[in-house]
Design a protein around this ligand. Structure first.
Ligand code: AHR
Length: 518
């Protein structure tokens, strides 16, 4: 008995075993040779439900305060989290969007049916000019997903020319006629979206052939090189990546794309019954976190396959759709994907962003789905009101990592056990900003136990704790409502110190924490 107890105690404190009562970490203060791209903190806005129409776009004649049709409060909120880029117009919508229907005088734009999302008619009043003006107001880089499913090569080629070219042509004349004298510069383009499904039901070889044709004619105009993103697999489907990359390796085309897209949604239940966004217990909480943590595997598996076929190519990973997908809120239109957003969603956001940071040598962009009123949104609107979700606050806290130097952090987390299953309780990532401030962000998914994290810095610097922020609540399904918009919000956090050169942080149960050292 005595022997078993001793073994248990050793087991609890040994570095590298599973049953940890304490989380241990090391952070390399010498830094890595790369920065965490701010584009990891990107967003996605589709013509879907109330994301664009009624969310972002209220129209010039609306009584809701707007900037030439764009809801002012949305602009202010997104600027508040330093939104670095915005992906548009879809999603599945992208492959049925014909951009020429969305330019020119609004009363001459033809209406269209959004067949994918609710079979609703839309009047095309939000098109290329409106989107690019929005990005300009936000100081965010536009990311346009091109139509490869139902559009032509020429149509996509024309779109690039229309927005990026200053050389005399029918497209640039058309743009000028529509009131924009100088070209914009849209660097980021998706060559289709989910071409294995709503984007054309292709197999990887069919998509490879399409990608080569469409991408060839998406031209870089003088001083405006394009960054093109090829379509990757549906969730965990390495066969797509295998076959697509094999084609590229054998037939060529690695120069035709810079990024490779991954989509990963955390669905607590299954696709038929995803589970409620707000009514759940610990079982659903645990499953959600367990599924969200698999994002790391997805990144690693796909990076390995790319490197196997194309060891010398420089292909980034772009996770251009991710987030929690729950059942739609009762009483709302099923095709509109409106869902509430709780502390659980905030945990998923925090741990996913930590995973992206820790793979920022490879992941250069990510876009959470979707900015306003759809899926894991930053903000929700109701008539003239707007509320910020818990996920918004995580993006706010993590702004410290934008374009900061990545500091490699190794972590052995204590376990979070539920019904004889265990997952890691804690995730973390670290960076150093231009002023030399070191930031570490943590998530602790364990809803019962504080995580006592002891972190040994590796480097000559002596750090001092400066400030911290925490997002938590006593209820795991706590969320903000139009009646109680500040129920879950960021608070000051002081439970950290540096003792004998070691960083100690008490990360509360079910929380996201940011700590700053100098
Ligand atoms: O974000 C909702 C949908 O999810 C997108 O339109 C599609 O790309 C994905 O399947």
């Amino acid at each position: 008995m005595k022997k078993i107890l001793v073994l248990l105690i050793i087991g609890c404190f040994a570095f590298g075993t599973n049953a940890f009562t304490q989380t241990k970490a090391t952070v390399d203060l010498k830094g890595d040779d790369h920065k965490i791209s701010r584009h990891i903190y990107g967003h996605f806005s589709e013509h879907l439900g109330r994301c664009i129409y009624d969310g972002i776009w209220v129209g010039e004649n609306s009584s809701i305060p707007n900037n030439q049709g764009i809801r002012k409060e949305v602009i202010d909120a997104l600027k508040g989290i330093g939104i670095p880029n915005l992906r548009w117009p879809g999603g599945c919508f992208a492959d049925e969007y014909h951009w020429k229907d969305g330019i020119g005088p609004k009363d001459e734009r033809p209406p269209m049916i959004n067949t994918h999302w609710g079979m609703v008619s839309e009047d095309n009043s939000f098109g290329t000019h409106e989107f690019l003006r929005l990005c300009n107001l936000l100081d965010a880089e536009p990311v346009i997903a091109g139509n490869v499913g139902s559009g032509t090569v020429k149509e996509l080629s024309d779109w690039v020319e229309y927005v990026n070219s200053d050389i005399e042509s029918d497209m640039t004349r058309l743009r000028k006629k529509n009131g924009k004298e100088d070209a914009w510069y849209v660097k980021y383009w998706g060559v289709g979206n989910e071409s294995w499904g709503c984007g054309g039901n292709m197999n990887p070889t069919q998509y490879y052939e399409k990608m080569v044709r469409y991408s060839t004619y998406m031209r870089s105009y003088p001083d405006k090189p394009l960054y093109k993103v090829a379509v990757g697999p549906s969730g965990f489907n390495p066969e797509w990546t295998e076959e697509f990359m094999k084609n590229v390796a054998e037939k060529g085309g690695a120069h035709l794309f810079s990024g490779y897209s991954l989509h990963y949604y955390t669905v607590p239940g299954n696709w038929q019954d995803k589970g409620s966004a707000t009514e759940f217990g610990e079982s659903e909480w645990f499953t959600t976190i367990r599924k969200a943590l698999r994002l790391e595997d997805l990144i690693e598996v796909n990076a390995r396959i790319i490197d196997k076929y194309l060891p010398d190519a420089d292909i980034d990973l772009v996770v251009d759709e991710w987030g929690c997908w729950h059942n739609v809120e009762t009483g709302t239109r099923p095709g509109f994907l409106y869902q509430q957003n709780t502390l659980r969603d905030a945990l998923v956001a925090g741990l996913s962003l930590n995973i992206f940071n820790n793979h920022s040598d490879r992941v250069k962009m990510a876009n959470i789905a979707q900015t306003v009123n759809v899926l894991q949104a930053m903000v929700l609107t109701r008539e003239e009101q707007l509320i910020k979700t818990p996920t918004y606050h995580v993006f706010d806290m993590y702004q410290v990592h934008h374009d900061a130097t990545y500091l490699p952090l190794k972590l052995i987390s204590q376990d979070y056990e539920f019904k004889n299953k265990e997952i890691q309780a804690v995730t973390a990532s670290a960076s150093e900003d231009e002023d030399g401030k070191v930031h570490i962000t943590f998530t602790n998914a364990d809803p019962h136990n504080t995580a006592s994290v002891e972190c040994a810095p590796d480097g000559d610097r002596t750090l001092e704790f400066k400030r911290g922020e925490v997002l938590t609540h006593s209820q795991m399904n706590a969320h903000n409502t139009f009646e109680d918009p500040k129920k879950v919000t960021v608070r000051e956090f002081n439970n950290a110190e540096v003792e004998n050169g070691r960083i100690k942080v008490e990360v509360p149960a079910k929380s996201v924490v940011m700590v700053e050292f100098e």
